[in-house]
Each structure stands twice: as structure tokens, then as C-alpha cells.
Design a protein around this ligand. Structure first.
Ligand code: GLV
Ligand code: MN
Ligand code: MN
Length: 410
């Protein structure tokens, strides 16, 4: 356990160095140089732990421990290795590192599973570079088609495949994965909220994950001189956007039942201090545990935005992501709870307000997820921190669960 904890700390520390914003948190965009550095570190560690490494046509990484059975479906364990801008060292990365350490225990104990074990490190869960998010898992299950993947571009107009080629990834490798090759998926993630810490519970077994959507709103007006255009002759895209944005939080508050709304990105064009903005683009992220709440707030958001369209102001809305709330697999939830009890690690049940690759993979395979506490409930910021001791508990639980699901004799 101590050995595992030390290695977890080392992996987290090493991976946190692969950031484009040193001393200002982790910024690791998909297919960037930092992605390549983290990718190489993960692949090397997989090899060191006796796994056969491959990548798919999205750049997702898989490290496989073959099973006794031929052509049998794998038990997958992992998470994502991209980050938000100026995020922390644990979101996603902790789940990849824990997966690696589960493989290390199989190797140390010379175990050959009956069903294969695969450790996975997924791309672009956050959607920071190519919008939408959950891209690696959506690609695997085919809900993001090859054509749609190829058509995505980052803010500089660089396409996904151009960006992949730049870091030497092979775009011709297979993309969608046959669901029959997956027996189960397990993900550990940091909680990213305050509940486990408040309850002094070292483990949360996730029951369900919120439904979420991401809208991109464009408001177009007319540019003009900041000094010479009278106030009554302006079509200011930013002022209109601001009027809309200030009303959005109330839509979630009025809906209630834990519904939340976030305007996280706002770009103003042409972005000159003395130019009236002619275009504003902002994102709206809407979440709730109940699909009905998400749908109501989407409808009201669209109606509000539409009501601001007039002669000289145009508004439009694009939906980049829509995922229903998901309940995770009942028997895997029971397995995770039973395993925690047997290991004498206290746990509680918890729902996730964050989106996770687990919710996508739950469409095609049996999925289970555990959380570990986040210090002060903080995440998506440089202060994000989780105790390596809690992560090592996670390794123990997922190791036992993986032995069960891969039908490994020890
Ligand atoms: C991922 O972090 C999400 O919940 O947006
Ligand atoms: Mn995140
Ligand atoms: Mn995450």
C-alpha cells in the first residue's frame, strides 16, 4: 500500500509537469506537445508494467494484459488525460494513474486474468480544444462519427487530424470499437465537490451522473467607433449578450432540483477597447440529475436568446453536446460497495455533478465508478488536490473488483 502510494505521488507529480502554463496549474490540450509528453510517460509506464500498448485512431491509449481466453472482452480501467485551462493535476489524471497501479499489482503478483485487463487513457474529455468534450469515449462507442470527428477544428482552425499528425499520431488506425470487445469499464475520479470531505468518507460509490448539455451562442451586431457612435445608434453584440447572460442563472434557480447553469467561455470580436463589438460568442453549460430539468432550461434558454433577435442584432444557438443523466450498473455498484467493506474502507453512495467518460461507455458496457475526496471541494483550478492515500485505497478497491470481473485466480 505504501509502495503504491509513493508511486501514485510520483506519477501525479511527473504528469503535472506536462503543462503549457507552469506555476499556473495544468493546461494540457489534446494533441499538444504536453499531450505528447504525457502520452509518452503513460505508454512507457504501461510497458514497464507488462502491458501491450496500442493507440486508436483518436489517440486514445490502451495498455492490455492478455487473458487466458482468446478473443474475450476486456475489463477496462482508466480515465482521461487532457485538462481544462489552468486546471489541476488530478482531474482525469488520477484515474489513469490508479488504473496503471492496478496493472502494477497484477504484474507484481504474477496474475494472469481469464478475461483481459486494459488500462485506458482517453483524449479530450474536457472539450477544451475541440468543444463538446467526452470525445475519446464518444469516439469509442461511435456516437461521435468519424466524419464529425474529422470536421472538428480548434480556435486556430487546426483540424483534429492535422493536430494528431503534428504529434506523430496515426490517423488511419481504427476508430470506433466493437462493443463486444468490452466486458466492463471502471473509472476512479476525484469528487470535484465537498461532500466526501464533509462526511469524512474516503470513498464515494457513484450511483448516477447528471445529464448535461453545452450550447454555443452567437450574438451578432454592428461594429463602430467607440467615440463617435451615439448611444441610440448602436448594435452592440456584447451589451446584448450581457443582457441575456445576466438572466440565465435565474432559469436554473427557478427550475430547482439542483439544476445548474454556467456561462464559462465568452469571446468578444473584434476585441478592441475602442471598437463597438460586432460579435460575441459564449457557451452555456446546463446540468441536472433529471432530464426533464435539463430540457426545460434548454428550451427557456433558447427562447430567451431568440427574443433578442431584431433588425440589427442576430442571435443563434448551436448545441455541441447533449447527454442524458445516467444510472451506473447495479451489480458493479454492489461489487464496489462489497469490496470496500471487505477491505474495511468506509464508503458512501454519491451522485456525480460532473460529466465523465463512464457515462458515455455505460451505453455499451457495464460501468462502475468511484470517487475520492477533493480538498476543500475544489477542482478545475490549480489548487485541486487529493490525498495519495485515498487514491491508493482506490487502487485496492479497483484491483479487487478487476480480479472479480476478469475472473482472475490469485
Ligand atoms: C468535466 O469535467 C465536466 O463535468 O465538464
Ligand atoms: Mn474536468
Ligand atoms: Mn474529469
Amino acid at each position: 500500500m505504501k509502495e503504491t502510494q509513493v508511486r501514485i505521488e510520483r506519477h501525479i507529480n511527473e504528469l503535472s509537469k506536462f503543462t503549457s502554463t507552469p506555476h499556473k496549474g495544468v493546461t494540457r490540450l489534446t494533441y499538444s506537445n504536453e499531450d505528447l509528453q504525457a502520452r509518452n510517460y503513460i505508454k512507457e509506464t504501461m510497458k514497464e508494467y507488462g502491458l501491450n500498448v496500442r493507440e486508436d485512431g483518436f489517440g486514445n491509449i490502451f495498455g492490455k494484459l492478455e487473458g487466458i481466453l482468446n478473443d474475450a472482452p476486456s475489463v477496462l480501467i482508466g480515465s482521461h488525460f487532457d485538462s481544462v485551462p489552468n486546471g489541476g493535476a488530478y482531474d482525469g489524471t488520477a484515474g489513469v494513474v490508479v488504473g496503471l497501479e492496478v496493472a502494477a499489482l497484477f504484474s507484481k503478483n504474477n496474475l494472469t486474468p481469464k478475461y483481459p485487463l486494459e488500462i485506458v487513457a482517453l483524449i479530450e474529455e474536457e472539450g477544451t480544444r475541440f468543444k463538446g468534450g467526452l470525445m475519446g469515449s464518444r469516439g469509442i462507442i461511435g456516437s461521435l462519427s468519424e466524419e464529425d470527428f474529422k470536421s472538428l477544428k480548434d480556435k486556430d482552425g487546426i483540424s483534429t487530424e492535422e493536430a494528431m499528425s503534428k504529434i506523430g499520431l496515426d490517423t488511419s488506425l481504427p476508430k470506433k470499437r466493437d462493443p463486444k470487445t468490452m466486458k466492463a469499464f471502471l473509472e476512479l475520479h476525484i469528487e470535484q465537490g465537498p461532500i466526501l470531505e464533509e462526511k469524512s468518507s474516503p470513498i464515494g460509490v457513484v450511483e448516477g451522473i447528471v445529464g448535461l448539455t453545452q450550447l454555443e451562442v452567437t450574438v451578432e451586431g454592428r461594429a463602430g467607433h467607440a467615440g463617435t457612435t451615439p448611444m441610440d445608434r448602436r448594435s452592440d453584440a456584447l451589451v446584448t449578450a450581457a443582457k441575456i447572460i445576466t438572466q440565465l442563472p435565474d432559469l436554473a434557480i427557478d427550475e430547482g432540483e439542483g439544476t445548474v447553469i454556467t456561462i464559462g467561455r465568452l469571446n468578444v470580436f473584434p476585441n478592441g477597447a475602442n471598437v463597438i463589438p460586432d460579435k460575441t460568442v459564449f457557451t452555456v453549460d446546463i446540468r441536472s440529475g433529471k432530464e426533464e430539468n435539463v430540457c426545460n432550461v434548454i428550451r427557456k434558454t433558447k427562447e430567451l436568446i431568440q427574443s433578442y433577435s431584431e433588425d440589427t442584432i442576430q442571435t443563434s444557438v448551436e448545441q455541441h453536446l447533449y447527454i442524458q443523466p445516467k444510472a451506473l450498473n447495479k451489480s458493479i455498484r454492489s461489487l464496489l460497495k462489497q469490496t470496500s467493506s471487505e477491505l474495511e474502507i468506509p464508503y458512501c453512495s454519491i451522485n456525480s455533478g460532473a460529466g465523465h467518460d463512464a457515462m458515455i461507455l455505460s451505453d455499451v458496457t457495464d460501468v462502475g465508478m468511484i470517487f475520492v475526496p477533493s480538498k476543500d471541494g475544489l477542482s478545475h483550478c490549480p489548487e485541486e488536490w487529493s490525498d495519495a492515500h485515498h487514491l491508493a485505497n482506490g487502487v485496492q478497491i479497483l484491483y479487487e473488483a478487476a480480479k472479480n470481473l476478469t475472473e482472475t485466480k490469485s
